[in-house]
Ligand binder design. Structure first.
Ligand code: F6P
Length: 361
């Protein structure tokens, strides 16, 4: 009998519990293994006793498919190779985490994470000889070698619904509505939600924009009798001078946020239109996963366990051409999946008349 561990690391998203469920069902029902859920990402491995819970079949119901967040908790802070201590020092605590894996007597570990978490987990695995499999999750969908990561499609769905809700109020008040969505340095959420939600303008970090071109689009809508406009902007889009809007939290960590306010002011200056902005924020990460994420999570969870059964490690499960596959973790984290600016989605959006702010006018 094998003992496997599972942890969620980095920012949460919808579909994580569905992965945990699939891993547990497959491992116990098919192989008769024991499954341990490690709390709060790698932090659980650092604590003594190791902070983990043994999963049993009765707790593994369909409710986990529906439940947002992660029942294991997660963290996007505290790189174990430079772990911040209260006195301000940074120390390498990687050996403690490796010891945590060994104390649990694990035969393998499944890490659900984005590129940053996977890079840390892989480094730990290489250093300590841990048997690691990773499962891609990120609403940003920026991991290479997989068409989608768990959580992305739900985030797009939430952003699309926001546009559905903003459109009638925009039309009632003759307003330009700017919706700011997450995505870090990739514009996937903005692009897909913009197409699905009928945006007039989509601004993404991969396509530099000219504010005059955006204003021209809004004015031409007005001239043609349209009394409102919908703009979607990805959080990493900068000002016209390229300055990024960021927020610094109490710990001094900085993240993107706030560009929509700047754009709203500029739109009013340039077009005279009354403009409002909405920063969608973490709403995109919480809540129930839509069916696509539940299915992807289930497929990934089962495949991850099967890889362990085959003795194949250092692999990330991935979705390619309507099939589950697996790729070397290193390959997946080395690459980066930005929006393909010449790809089908951008071409389709342009063909529908959506402005990216880079058009001649
Ligand atoms: O990477 C996921 C993500 O939600 C990004 O889209 C966003 O920029 C960031 O995390 C927000 O981080 P935090 O949860 O620390 O606010």
């Amino acid at each position: 009998m094998k003992k496997i561990g599972i942890l969620t690391s980095g920012g949460d998203c919808a579909g994580l519990n569905a992965v945990i469920r699939a891993v547990t069902l497959r491992a116990i029902q098919t192989y008769g293994w024991e499954v341990y859920g490690i709390h709060q990402g790698t932090h659980g491995l650092m604590r003594r006793p190791v902070d983990a819970i043994k999963f049993e079949l009765p707790g593994c119901t369909g409710n986990l498919l529906r439940q947002g967040g992660t029942i294991l908790g997660t963290t996007n802070k505290g790189d174990p190779f430079a772990y911040p201590f209260p006195d301000g020092s940074l120390r390498d605590i990687s050996e403690e985490l490796i010891e945590g894996y060994k104390l649990l007597k694990l035969d393998a570990l499944i890490g659900i994470g984005g590129d940053g978490s996977q890079a840390i987990l892989r480094r730990l695995a290489q250093q300590g000889g841990l048997n690691l499999i990773t499962i891609p999750k990120t609403i940003d969908d920026d991991l290479s070698h997989t068409e989608h990561s768990v959580g992305f499609m739900t985030a797009v769905d939430v952003a699309t619904e926001a546009l559905d809700r903003l459109q009638p109020t925009a039309a009632s008040h003759d307003r330009v509505m700017i919706l700011e969505v997450m995505g870090r340095d990739a514009g996937h959420i903005a692009l897909s939600a913009g197409i699905a939600g009928g945006a007039d303008v989509i601004l993404i970090p991969e396509i530099p924009y000219n504010i005059e071109a955006v204003a021209h689009k809004i004015k031409s809508l007005q001239e043609n009798g349209r009394n409102f406009a919908l703009v979607v902007v990805s959080e990493a889009v900068g000002t016209e001078l390229g300055d990024k809007a960021t927020i610094t939290d109490q710990s001094g960590k900085s993240r993107y946020g706030g560009i929509s306010q700047y754009l709203a002011n500029r739109m009013t200056e340039l077009t005279g239109a009354e403009t409002r902005f909405t920063v969608l924020g973490h709403v995109q990460r919480g809540g129930q996963p839509i069916f696509q994420d539940r299915v992807l999570a289930s497929v990934f969870g089962v495949h991850a366990v099967d890889l362990i059964a085959e003795g194949k490690f250092d692999r990330m499960v991935a979705w390619q051409n309507r099939k589950v596959v697996d790729v070397p973790i290193q390959q997946a984290i080395e690459g980066y999946q930005a929006v393909d600016v010449g790809g089908t989605l951008v071409k389709t959006a342009r063909a529908l008349g959506i402005c990216f702010g880079d058009e001649d006018f």
